[in-house]
Design a protein around this ligand. Sequence first.
Ligand code: PMP
Length: 359
Amino acid sequence: MASSLPDKIIRQEILALSAYHVPPAENMIKLDAMENPYRLPSFLSEEISRITADVSINRYPDPYTTALRKTLKGALSIPSDMEIMLGNGSDEIIQIILLATAKPGAKLLTVEPGFAMFKMIATFAHMEYVGVPLKPDFSLDLDMMLDAIASHQPAVIFLAYPNNPSGNLFDTYTLEKIIAASPGLVVIDEAYHPFAGKSFMNKLADYPNLLVMRTLSKLGLAGLRLGFVAGRQEWLSHLEKLRLPYNINVITQLVATKIMQHYDVLQQQAESVKQTRTQLCHFLGKIGDIEVYPSDANFVLFRIDNAGQIFRQLQQRGVLIKNLDNSHPLLKNCLRVTVGTPEENDYFCSTLQDLIAGN
Ligand code: PMP
């Protein structure tokens, strides 16, 4: 039978992809996507209602996002000699960087297990992908990384710090060796920085091939879709050319600017998440036969017998987490749970305990 027109026209590697799947979460305790579980205080949500009521949605937003960039640079202490470029989520920043660097034969290198979108967007951008395995404890294998860098000469390296899905911060010395040995661009993805405390932002001046990427999604603004990359003007001036005009909508610009003027509110929420993370790890560690991995992020990775079955049973009881079993050999029987409110965590832990006792 003749193949259909889309099959003939769409690129082979796109035909072979599966679309990014987001499971339904209505009426569930949602602990699968690393969102901040806390709402904004009423003084701030009321102020947001007031300012958004007046917004001119018949006009395009500020293409240069001037007020928002200024507020972000101040609130997040971006070094004054560095620039930032904003994206519709940091996913868009990854896309822009890979579109800009995808010369024929150019390679993206990252670690495995790692953030799935690096590989996915490499495919969109027609870029070759190299995944270097982490050690079984999810730390970087420096020798293997240096060998891979020498043989593949990657145009871009993406490393999440802390890493998703393992939750750990990589060793700083090892990362600096990788940046120094790299012939191309190295992007440190600090999506989980609010829960980690450590950053490469102040090392931008030391390495001309370094960029640092952040998102506001995990801090509490996932619904606004806002991420950014910080770095030298020499890089950002070129990346800016690929940023579509008006990629940050007017509501996002207005609301994010207002919220970032009260950044302390989000910081306090991140502090609460860190405290409840400690309790969650402690509790999980006490349940028999679970291996809990230390986390510097707002989620916890753990290994449990029959992970797939436990995942489905949790789902039936109204708790949605992430099943990573079968996604990578190092993640056999692994599940990932986002830190929720103390009540959500309690419900998750007691349900898990019941399931283990009943299986
Ligand atoms: N980087 C990492 C490591 C992530 O885990 C995520 C989200 N899961 C992102 C980037 C993308 O975040 P966003 O597009 O919401 O900014």
